[in-house]
Design a protein around this ligand. Structure first.
Ligand code: SF4
Length: 304
C-alpha cells in the first residue's frame, strides 16, 4: 500500500526496534468500564458498542488469555515473528491491581511475546498501575499505554458522554511519560459538530502535551450504540471518504516525524457497522489517505 513511504508506521518502528515483524494480538480480558458499570454512567460513550471490539478483532472473551494469544498467533504467523499482547476491549486498567497483574503476567509468559499494549481511559490510570507497566518496561518488554481521548474539546467529550475531560488526559499522559512509558493516543475524526479545524486543534493540543504514538479512526456508527439511533433518525452524518482522507492527511502532515502512527484509518464489517459504507472496505480508506500523502507530502511536511 506504500504508507511506510509517507508515515512513520508502527510496522516500521517495530522493524527498527526488533529487527523482525511484530503484530499486535488483540485480547478481551473480561474487564469492564466505569462508563458502563454505573461508576460514571451506564450508557457508555455514544459511539460505543463494546461488542464491536471483539467482533472486529476476532476475539472470544470466553477463552483464557493464553488461548486467545495462541489463536491469534496461529492466524498471524505468516505476517509476524514476534507479538505484542494488546489488551483492547473495555478499559484494560480498570480492575483490582492483583487481577490486572495476573492478566498481564499471563500474557507476557506466552512464547514470542515481546510486550504489551494496554488500551484504557485517561481517568483510569492510577500511579500503581503505571508503575507496574513501567516495571515491565524495565524488564525489557515493549510497553505502550493506549489512551482513548477521541477529541481534545471538552464540549465534544461532554456531547459524546466520555465522562472525562481534556485535563484528565493531560494528567494521565504527564504521569505516564514521567515514568518513561510510551503513550499512543486514539483520536476519532468525524465526531458530531467537529470540523476539520477542530480536529487540527485536537492534534495541536495532543502534541503540546507530548505523545509518542497516534491512532486515527473514522467515526463508525455501530449497531447498538446511542449514535445508531441518531443516525437512523437522520440527525448524524459520518464523514465521506474524501472528507476523512483530507482531514487525516492534514493531521499526518502536521505531525513530527518522530511520532509513530499505529493506525491512520480503520475498517469494520456489517452487521455491526451501519455507516459509513466506505469503512467496509479493508483498504479503501487507507488507499485514499496514501494517495493524498503521495500528492501533497508525507508526515511532518506541513511543519515549518
Ligand atoms: S468507548 Fe471505552 S470508555 Fe467508552 S463506553 Fe466504550 S469501553 Fe467504555
Amino acid at each position: 500500500m506504500g504508507l511506510d513511504k509517507f508515515v512513520y508506521t508502527f510496522g516500521r518502528y517495530c522493524q527498527q526496534q526488533f529487527g523482525q515483524r511484530v503484530q499486535k494480538l488483540t485480547l478481551d480480558a473480561k474487564f469492564t468500564c466505569p462508563n458502563r458499570d454505573g461508576t460514571l454512567g451506564v450508557g457508555g460513550c455514544t459511539f460505543c458498542n463494546v461488542a464491536s471490539f471483539s467482533y472486529a478483532a476476532n476475539t472470544d472473551a470466553s477463552l483464557t488469555i493464553a488461548e486467545q494469544l495462541h489463536g491469534g498467533k496461529q492466524r498471524l504467523r505468516e505476517k509476524a515473528e514476534k507479538f505484542l499482547a494488546y489488551f483492547q476491549a473495555y478499559t484494560s486498567t480498570y480492575e483490582e491491581y492483583s487481577l490486572l497483574k495476573r492478566r498481564y503476567d499471563e500474557a507476557l509468559k506466552s512464547a514470542d511475546l515481546v510486550g504489551l499494549c494496554v488500551g484504557t481511559r485517561p481517568d483510569c490510570v492510577p500511579d500503581s498501575v503505571l508503575q507496574l507497566l513501567a516495571q515491565y518496561q524495565q524488564q525489557g518488554f515493549e510497553v505502550w499505554l493506549e489512551l482513548g481521548l477521541q477529541s481534545a474539546h471538552d464540549q465534544t467529550l461532554r456531547r459524546i458522554n466520555r465522562g472525562h475531560d481534556f485535563a484528565a488526559y493531560q494528567d494521565a499522559v504527564t504521569r505516564a511519560r514521567n515514568l518513561g512509558l510510551k503513550v499512543c493516543t486514539h483520536l476519532i475524526l468525524g465526531l458530531p459538530s467537529e470540523t476539520a479545524l477542530a480536529h487540527q486543534q485536537t492534534l495541536e493540543r495532543v502534541l503540546d502535551v507530548g505523545v509518542d504514538g497516534l491512532k486515527l479512526h473514522p467515526l463508525h456508527i455501530v449497531e447498538g450504540s446511542v449514535m445508531a439511533k441518531a443516525w437512523r433518525a437522520g440527525r448524524l452524518q459520518p464523514l465521506t471518504i474524501e472528507e476523512y482522507a483530507a482531514t487525516a492527511t492534514n493531521l499526518i502532515r502536521r505531525t513530527p516525524t518522530s511520532v509513530v502512527y499505529h493506525r491512520v484509518t480503520a475498517y469494520a464489517k456489517p452487521p455491526i457497522l451501519l455507516a459509513p459504507q466506505w469503512c467496509c472496505g479493508r483498504w479503501t480508506g487507507l488507499t485514499a489517505v496514501v494517495d493524498n500523502l503521495a500528492r501533497l507530502g508525507g508526515q511532518g511536511s506541513l511543519i515549518r
